[in-house]
Design a protein. Structure first.
Length: 116
């Protein structure tokens, strides 16, 4: 006897993700996620679909990716050390550059204060 996978209705999926159903339908189109349909057209999802939607939500809402960026990220292995290191290096180099600019600006303000 074949075991059936647990099916999740779109309303239940939306509730678990804490988003509206129209967002799920939009992401379904944008990220080319195929839902199973009942004879009446009701959408059904599996647990792996829930995990994918959860990952998309994290990328878009928490990590502030664009749709295009999230699509690209989904094509890469999730949480790849190479990607994290790359992002961290970029952030560190930006922080150093900003720090240099702030120090330079502070010196200019001190000079200006002396002149005034």
């Amino acid at each position: 006897m074949k075991m059936q996978r647990r099916k999740i209705r779109i309303g239940d999926l939306a509730q678990r993700l804490k988003i509206d159903k129209f967002v799920i339908r939009f992401w379904e189109k944008e990220f080319e996620i195929k839902s199973q349909r009942s004879k009446g057209g009701q959408r059904f999802y599996e647990e792996k679909d829930f995990e994918k939607f959860k990952h998309i939500k994290d990328l878009l809402y928490n990590k502030k990716f664009t749709i295009a960026g999230a699509k690209q990220q989904l094509n890469n292995p999730p949480y790849s050390p190479q990607i994290i290191a790359s992002q961290k290096t970029t952030i560190d180099s930006i922080d150093k550059e900003i720090t240099k600019k702030i120090i330079h600006l502070k010196k200019q303000l001190i000079k200006l204060k002396k002149i005034l």
